[in-house]
Design a protein around this ligand. Structure first.
Ligand code: BMA
Length: 334
């Protein structure tokens, strides 16, 4: 349940204090289950000297503060992963050079480009999962790290074409579990969320369909967002959904609850979206009309949740919610 502070032996020995996650109270008059940070965006497109844009990025608790893996597209429009650190989760130092992964296997085709990273603590280390560009085609890249300095590249989870791989933060009935979205090599005009299981994070099987688009706001395709959050009522999943308007794609996001033991089974799924592009920084940018949730920090003792989302494929933004209210909202709006 506690995703905010991995309880490693070394963390206990070092008496690391769990940092407070970013937070702002719900604004007066707001009746929505989720509200935006009033100083969005928190990371601007030119955060790096070489960046064309910084967006769709993941943050986790790390030591006394936070670490993140950021999507930064450079000025030749190559998509890179960069590591960053923060004391408060709001103001970030992002390394100017992309992450260089290491591997003991000389036969493993090296990671070169990738995007939309998620970061997940499982048992004793952090796993990074992203859309990897392998010989020009998208598939699911995986790596692990303990220190956000050395990233160990693992075998790619699937053949092309696949995107939006998201790991569950613990084994379920002994198996690692991943959500993903089979796709094509372009701006895919379809997409459902599938669940796969693995005994070792290398060989994946037991593929099951979880959800297909249902409502008009998500009618073109859907894909998992942040690492699912375990609640007594099921795994709380935020996911993006895409509508194809006469002016192109519109990316919103919604929420569902998945069964705790068999997470390919949907317990409840809200019909309305949770957030849709509605601020100028979500409407205007490289790709207009995109809100794309990638990470969620949770503070179980306060029920607080801070959601990192990319806006308009240009900047990183924050939104807030109470976990229990979101769960109630999903059930009430299913
Ligand atoms: C998807 C991915 C995301 C992006 C979105 C909207 O296919 O490329 O990174 O945010 O399109 O452009």
């Amino acid at each position: 349940m506690d995703q905010t502070m991995p309880k490693t032996e070394s963390a206990e020995k070092m008496q690391i204090q769990t940092p407070k996650i970013p937070w702002q109270d719900r604004p007066a008059g707001c009746v929505d289950p989720l509200w935006r940070y009033d100083a969005n965006p928190i990371i601007h497109r030119d955060a790096l000297p070489t960046s064309h844009g910084v967006f769709n990025s993941a943050a986790v608790v790390f030591g006394n503060g936070f670490a993140g893996v950021f999507r930064a597209d450079d000025k030749s429009r190559r998509q890179h992963l960069h590591v960053g650190f923060s004391k408060d989760g709001l103001s970030w130092d992002i390394e100017p050079d992309p992450i260089r992964m290491v591997s003991d296997d000389p036969d493993l085709p090296p990671h070169e480009m990738g995007y939309d990273p998620r970061v997940c603590w499982i048992e004793d280390r952090y796993y990074v999962i992203w859309c990897d560009i392998y010989e020009r085609y998208p598939t699911i890249g995986l790596a692990w790290t303990r220190d956000f300095r050395r990233f160990h590249q693992m075998e790619r989870a699937f053949l092309p074409f696949n995107r939006n791989g998201v790991l569950f933060p613990r084994r379920i009935n002994g198996m690692y579990v991943m959500l993903s979205r089979p796709s094509d090599g372009g701006h895919t005009a379809f997409g459902d969320i599938y669940c796969s299981r693995s005994p070792d994070l290398r060989y994946w099987g037991d593929h099951r369909l979880v959800m297909k688009p249902q409502q008009p706001w998500e009618t073109t395709k859907i894909g998992a967002g942040p690492v699912p959050i375990e609640t007594p009522e099921g795994w709380l999943l935020l996911y993006h959904g895409v509508l194809c308007s006469c002016n192109g794609f519109v990316y919103s996001f919604g929420a569902a609850l998945l069964d705790r033991d068999e997470p390919w089974k949907v317990v409840a799924r809200a019909k309305p979206y949770l957030m849709t592009p509605a601020r100028s920084y979500e409407h205007v940018g490289d790709v207009p009309n995109v809100v794309f949730p990638v990470a969620a920090l949770v503070e179980p003792q306060t029920d607080r949740m801070a959601i990192y989302y990319g806006a308009a494929d240009t900047v990183v933004c924050l939104a807030f919610a109470h976990v229990s209210e979101l769960v109630d909202w999903v059930k009430a709006n299913a």
